[in-house]
Ligand binder design. Structure first.
Ligand SMILES: Cc1ncc(COP(=O)(O)O)c(C=O)c1O
Length: 381
């Protein structure tokens, strides 16, 4: 094992002994301590007399701090959002494009990062350029080929959600700089599991739903907003995003000014008393583990998955085109029907996405899980 790795952390999760859960890209299990924090948060609502106006903001500020630490960004650049689609819609509202410019998306992209751009391209009478899936796994070259003087925006992930194939965002950034185009990122399938160089990549907006690799509860998410958009237009015009909103008595003194920096983009009721403490606990656990060590550990487990995969007859993407935390076992044709269900009957959980069997471990997995999965898979193929 790489020296900078972590041991198996299964005890921190509530996973039955005979369950092999290799499906973090679908939804991570909640850490035991996040679950406790969430239940305690829900209980607070039984005693509203103990909840004061500053409490509506305090946990949100802590989440902003921790999310900022994970992204190596100031907390001022972080907004709290309920879903990736919400963040992407806010980004679409604020990206400045000229009519007729192109928007670049990937083939077989997750719908939340497709429909919004399809709609914006239509509105601006521009072209939605869909980069086709490369046969050799090299998405980056395909995207670079698609970038031209007419590009107004690239809306990309760090890795493809179906099979983890990697996109070199630093190279994309350099190419976009030549055309002055915007960059919006959906990091839902990468943030928390692989390093992301915000300073070099400089997206306009970077969004992550938190219920996968950030180990958060469902219906939570974070959005990085580049300072150049801090005076932008939020999706909602909610009370708490305005200046001095903590002064409930004077909320009717309507204000034009917002809360500082990216806070104007916070969703309504962002101070969710049940979900935010759970999210905060998860983000802080990731910070305590240290992201490079999480990434190295997941890389080691995925190496074992790739080795087994090759021996089972799958074509595995070469290293530079593969993300560290994610393996796609790609079938030449369709995935045999019933395969996922047959595995689930043996308490082994992976996903089928497009033509790939998506195998996504986390720190609760060990190499025995990988062996059990491939033994079962080999019997079923
Ligand atoms: C790449 C990607 N983005 C976003 C999401 C979730 O999107 P939303 O929060 O809009 O439901 C998923 C869920 O699978 C995903 O894989």
């Amino acid at each position: 094992m790489h020296p900078e790795t972590l041991g198996c952390q299964r005890d921190l999760f509530d996973i039955p002994e005979n369950t092999v859960f290799l499906n973090c890209a679908y939804m991570s299990p909640l850490l035991r301590q996040s679950c406790t924090a969430g239940i305690e948060g829900l209980r607070r609502k039984s005693r509203p007399w103990e909840i004061t106006p500053p409490d509506f903001f305090a946990t949100a500020e802590s989440v902003r701090e921790s999310a900022g630490a994970l992204l190596q960004s100031s907390p001022d650049n972080i907004a709290l959002i309920p879903s990736a689609s919400y963040g992407l819609a806010a980004a679409a509202k604020n990206i400045r494009m000229r009519p007729g410019q192109d928007i670049i998306v990937l083939a077989e992209e997750y719908p939340s990062n497709f429909y919004i751009w399809q709609s914006l391209a239509k509105e601006l009478k521009g072209n939605l350029i869909t980069v086709s899936r490369p046969t050799d796994g090299d998405w980056t070259s395909q995207i670079l080929n698609a970038i031209s003087e007419t590009t107004g925006l690239a809306a990309l992930p760090h890795c493809h959600w179906t099979d983890g194939s990697l996109i070199d965002l630093k190279k994309i950034r350099r190419a976009l700089d030549h055309t002055n185009a915007g960059l919006v990122l959906d990091l839902t399938q990468s943030l928390g599991a692989m390093s992301f160089d915000l300073t070099t990549i400089q997206p306009d907006f970077a969004i992550a739903a938190a219920y996968k690799w950030l180990l958060g509860p469902y219906s939570t998410g974070i959005m990085y907003v580049h300072p150049k958009h801090h005076l932008g237009h939020p999706l909602e015009l909610n009370a708490f995003a305005r200046k001095d909103a903590v002064d409930f008595q004077n909320l009717v003194a309507y204000r034009d000014e917002y809360q500082p920096a990216a806070r104007r983009f916070d969703m309504g009721e962002m101070g969710n008393f049940a979900l935010l403490p759970a999210l905060l606990t998860s983000l802080n656990q990731l910070i305590a583990w240290e992201l490079p060590r999480v990434e190295n550990t997941l890389r080691e487990i995925n190496k074992a998955i790739c080795d087994h995969g090759r021996r089972t007859g799958f074509d595995i993407l070469p290293e530079p085109f593969r993300s560290p935390h994610f393996t796609g076992l790609r079938f030449k044709n369709d995935i045999p029907s019933g395969l996922i269900q047959n595995l689930a009957e043996q308490n082994i959980f992976v996903s089928a996405r497009g033509q790939s069997l998506r195998v996504t471990p986390h720190l609760y997995n060990d190499l025995d899980d990988v062996d059990r999965f491939f033994t079962a898979l080999s019997r079923l193929l």
